[in-house]
Design a binder for this molecule. Structure first.
Ligand code: IMP
Length: 432
């Protein structure tokens, strides 16, 4: 009864979608467990590219049921937009195929307004959030003031809860941020319409998953964001407000640890980050352009949700060791190996130098991290075009050596490597 978990091993945007897609083909349930529409994954449906933010990407496999788990914060307007776009392409988004946990929390227009107001007020010190209301929705959850999706099944309670919620948030918007307020009647009417459409999708997610797992069927937990955006284990406060790590998968779905089989940490063959916060391996100038791309391809390094250019740098093995420990990774899955083709040499960060001392562990304080500089080891590059490689033996020796070096340094086997954006452009690895 396997629960397999896909986790971002870096700062999000690792390309988790392609491995979710691969493993979803064999899964009976695909479930999102944390975050909200701050995530972005690109899926191809009948030759058309879709950018999904909320719906698990397993939706395009008719076989798997998709679940939005209790750990998610859900913007119903975004969800319905995605459902309509998929339905127009013939994808089944009926309640039989797409389920929402009663205990998922709702994002409201007040959360979005507060996210924007807070970022504006922080000015230079802004987190660089996606401004989707994620932080304020989780804040309300922890403050025990949140609105849960279960309210969709109780229209009167929903209306009353929304009135109170908008009234309270308007006070904050007005008095603390001097920002425009919201019309509580309009928001209530909007949410009443969402409730009608979404109530049939509600389930007890934990019971559903338990039934499947006891039946010997397989569940894939689809991670969003990444380990270094985790509220506890990331680069706080430049993090998201949830736990996108393996522990978060369990609480975010209502499943216990005995059920877990594989924990797959997805990492790019280099490093990227959007938003603010320290990034020891960050590159500038030509080298950054080389890794980022120009933006002319959908897979270049520009945010799926915000379109912002990503900050990029060489692969950081200190980070990957941290991710392997926090998540008990059973394996790594690499993406974008092809981007490194053509380089004479490929530097990888093996440790940090911190005030004259070598650090092998990711520091706990942001202040220390900001004072770290990378210690690189330089590996020989490969000149061959590897985009056609479909097996380990198709890779040039130096590309194989690069992957083997990672597996050894992180003490975690590498299972897969991707060599291009296409669905088939990956290979199974036997390194580590
Ligand atoms: P929030 O999740 O919108 O509150 O944003 C907090 C931080 O997490 C910001 O630095 C965002 O850029 C970052 N972030 C949130 N979601 C993603 C994602 O899916 N990929 C990459 N970065 C993300």
């Amino acid at each position: 009864m396997p629960l397999n978990i896909i986790i971002g091993a870096q700062w999000g945007d690792e390309g988790k979608g392609r491995y979710t897609d691969l493993l979803a083909a064999e899964a009976d349930v695909v479930a999102r467990f944390s975050g909200g529409d701050n995530a972005g994954h690109t899926v191809t449906v009948k030759d058309e590219i879709f950018k999904l933010h909320l719906i698990p990407s397993g939706i395009i496999h008719d076989r798997a049921i998709c679940l939005i788990g209790n750990g998610v914060v859900l913007n119903p307007a975004v969800l319905l937009r995605e459902m309509d776009a998929l339905a127009a392409r013939g994808v089944d988004v009926s309640p039989a195929h797409l389920k929402i946990s009663y205990n998922a929390h709702l994002i409201t227009p007040a959360h979005i307004a507060l996210d924007k107001a807070s970022e504006t007020q922080l000015g230079q010190g802004a987190i660089g959030t996606t401004q989707r209301g994620i932080g304020p929705a989780y804040t309300d959850k922890v403050a025990r003031e949140g609105l849960r999706a279960g309210l969709f099944a109780a229209p009167e309670e929903l209306a009353e809860a929304l009135h109170q919620h908008i009234r309270a948030k308007n006070e904050v918007l007005q008095k603390i941020y001097n920002a425009p307020t919201l019309d509580e009647t309009a928001v209530s009417a909007e949410y009443a319409a969402y409730a009608q459409r979404l109530a049939p999708h509600l389930v007890d997610g934990s019971v559903l998953l338990d039934d499947y797992l006891r039946d010997g069927r397989s569940v894939l937990a689809e991670g969003a964001q990444g380990t270094f955006l985790d509220i506890d284990h990331g680069t706080y406060p430049f993090v998201t407000s949830s736990s996108p790590t393996a522990g978060g998968a369990l609480t975010g779905l209502g499943v216990g640890p005995k059920m877990v089989d594989r924990v797959i940490g997805v990492t790019k063959a280099f490093t990227s980050r959007v938003g603010s916060g320290p990034f020891p391996c960050q590159l500038g100038g030509e080298q950054a352009m080389r890794l980022r791309g120009t933006g002319s391809n959908p897979w270049d390094e520009y945010g799926t949700t915000t379109g912002r250019p990503r900050r990029v740098g060489w692969l950081d093995l200190v980070m990957l060791r941290h991710a392997a420990r926090i998540n008990s990774l059973t394996e790594l899955a690499l993406t974008k190996m092809d981007i490194l083709s053509g380089l004479a040499e490929v530097p990888v960060c093996v440790a940090y130098e911190h005030r004259g001392q070598r650090l092998d562990h990711f520091p706990t304080s942001l202040e220390s991290l900001s004072a770290c500089t990378p210690i690189y080891e330089t590996l020989p590059g490969w000149q061959e075009d590897i985009s056609g490689a479909r097996a380990w033996a198709d890779l040039p020796q130096n590309a194989q050596a690069y992957i083997e070096f990672i597996a050894e340094a992180v003490r975690t086997p590498v299972s897969y490597a991707s060599v291009g954006p296409g669905r088939a452009q990956f290979l199974q690895v036997a390194a580590g």
